[in-house]
Design a binder for this molecule. Structure first.
Ligand SMILES: Nc1nc2c(ncn2[C@@H]2O[C@H](COP(=O)(O)OP(=O)(O)OP(=O)(O)O)[C@@H](O)[C@H]2O)c(=O)[nH]1
Ligand SMILES: [Zn+2]
Length: 351
């Protein structure tokens, strides 16, 4: 079963090459034995920035486009690809992406719940950092719930990042999310300038973490503190595209600085973790979500679904979980949390 087969990727290109007569097209594709492996750092209107020879002295950024043979297959940030052509990384060069490796995870969203096109935002990330301000703007628990559902659906671990703790206490939110057992970290701008950034980085080491949050929650402040070198990269203008990275609407992968005291060349220094920044959004559409994947995030409740009707959403009157939990097999608070997450799939004003 291919779960993601028909999805429209964020950078999907819709014009198909015209069929030329009845000439049979060969199904054998060139092997590209000279191809180099690369990771996609950002996508900007069909131009993809790839990191080649990552972690070596020859590491460099190469701008590439999709080779025709990839057809409609999308390439997104975090994808591991094979590139051929001019891989020098010199200005005005353009390489070609000829293969995309199978993805270990796919974070998807729809612009809103009525949008039939779901977009793949990021591939191969392990963690989803949900950035939420404790005040200014007020926290939106339903939006957090929706992001959690997206994380569970994608098979990613959620991390709750609660910002602006100088303005309000984190206690009420942490109480509400306690039964879900989610990792969390609380930040404030003045601390991010000192020890706060490293405290957040500790949750990110060795992982690829996607940061999402709606406008104004302090995500930019946070990411800039986590990746101080970012300022430099955002000013960089690409010779091929003629555009600065600041114009990008796609996600952007940024490598964390190595942990303090890491030996140069050690695994810790070479794999310090990635922050994948995404554009702020107003809503997080979930029309593509399969509820049977959300229950996977509740292994303690899974056994209780055995007597459920076929294709039970676990949020309906006949669901077997109510009786099973009432018999004392699991905590009521866990079932309540599951139901709250499932209910967040329905659109309401303000989502
Ligand atoms: N009081 C307080 N303000 C903060 C904190 N972090 C960020 N801010 C302020 O909140 C505002 C929004 O911060 P940004 O970092 O731009 O937020 P963002 O989430 O990137 O927002 P967009 O750029 O709109 O997507 C700015 O005025 C920041 O200075 C904090 O910890 N405490
Ligand atoms: Zn059920």
């Amino acid at each position: 079963m291919r779960r993601y087969g028909k999805d429209a990727d964020e950078d999907d290109i819709r014009n198909r090459p015209a069929r030329r007569g009845s000439r049979p097209r060969t199904r054998i594709r060139p092997k590209h034995e000279d191809a180099a492996e690369a990771m996609i750092l950002t996508v900007d209107r069909g131009r993809l920035t790839c990191l080649v020879d990552a972690g070596t002295k020859k590491e460099r950024e190469v701008v590439a486009m999709k080779a025709r043979e990839l057809g409609r297959k999308g390439v997104v940030v975090g994808d591991l690809v094979d590139v051929v052509g001019d891989l020098s990384g010199e200005p005005d060069t353009l390489a070609r992406i000829v293969r995309v490796a199978e993805r270990t995870s796919v974070l998807r969203r729809t612009a809103d719940d009525d949008d039939p096109y779901e977009r793949i935002v990021v591939a191969n990330a392990e963690q989803l950092a949900i950035v939420c301000a404790l005040a200014d703007p007020e926290p939106r628990p339903r939006l957090i719930d929706r992001c959690l559902v997206a994380a569970y659906d994608a098979g990613m671990e959620p991390l709750l990042v609660l910002t602006k703790s100088d303005l309000a206490s984190a206690e009420p939110l942490l109480e509400a999310y306690g039964p879900l057992g989610i990792s969390f970290v609380v930040t404030r701008r003045d601390e991010l300038e000192t020890t706060g950034a490293e405290a957040v980085r500790e949750h990110l080491r060795g992982l690829s973490t996607v940061f999402i949050g709606h406008s104004g929650v302090g995500k930019t402040t946070l990411v800039n503190a986590l990746v101080p070198a970012r300022q430099r990269t955002t000013g960089h203008v690409n010779a091929v595209t003629g555009r600065g990275r600041h114009t990008t609407v796609s996600a952007l992968a940024l490598r964390l600085p190595p942990p303090p005291g890491a030996k140069p060349g050690s695994k810790k220094a070479l794999d310090p973790g990635w922050v994948i920044d995404t554009p702020g959004f107003r809503s997080f559409g979930l029309s593509h979500i399969d509820p049977s994947r959300v229950i996977l995030a509740f292994p303690d409740l899974e056994a209780g679904t055995e007597d459920c009707p076929r294709a039970c959403s676990h949020d309906e009157p006949d669901c077997a979980l109510d009786a099973w939990v009432a018999e004392g097999h699991a905590e009521q608070a866990r079932l309540y949390s599951l139901r709250r997450l499932l209910a967040s799939r329905d659109t309401r004003e303000g989502d």
